[in-house]
Design a binder for this molecule. Structure first.
Ligand code: FES
Length: 154
């Protein structure tokens, strides 16, 4: 028996008995930890947040990805929804991290140097499912908006 739940992750029996464990398959199995950086109407906006060097942050994240040997990826996206918590980014687990139970983690107010340091430290250690996040970063974890709110913002 195998029950697909989402995005390359299924729950399947892994031994005797009825206990199920997550199994990552296909392209998702080799997916790197990925930082999804919001650059919508508010995140990345110099007019709304003039004290934040948005391009510097993105350059720094992309440089870390380039130096990671494929273990870290960065991509940008349009508005994710919680603009009042800008800049928002999402730390997505690697394939292995997802298999170990890691899930996408939303980070708010991520524009400052300390938060960028913490995100990169966590990602370098493997990200969700692979390593504990820095304690200071956990204070910036935010709840993802409901799907209908995200759709309405696009
Ligand atoms: S612009 Fe980033 S959450 Fe809306």
């Amino acid at each position: 028996m195998c029950i697909l739940i989402a995005d390359g992750v299924a729950w399947a029996p892994t031994g005797e008995g009825t206990e199920l464990s997550p199994v990552v398959f296909g392209a998702a199995a080799s997916r790197p930890c990925t930082l999804v950086v919001c650059r919508g109407c508010c995140c990345g906006s110099a007019s709304k947040y003039p004290d934040v060097d948005h391009q510097w942050q993105l350059d720094r994240l992309q440089a870390a990805a380039a130096e990671s040997g494929g273990r870290l990826a960065v991509r940008t996206t349009d508005c994710l929804g919680p603009c009042d918590q800008a800049n928002v980014l999402v730390v997505q687990p690697s394939g292995e991290g997802r298999r170990r139970g890691g899930r996408a983690t939303w980070v708010g107010w991520s524009g400052d140097d300390d938060c960028t340091d913490d995100v990169l430290t966590w990602a370098a250690a493997g990200g969700p499912g692979m390593a504990q996040p820095p304690a200071t970063l956990t204070l910036q974890f935010i709840r993802p908006p409901r799907p209908e709110v995200r759709r309405a913002r696009r």
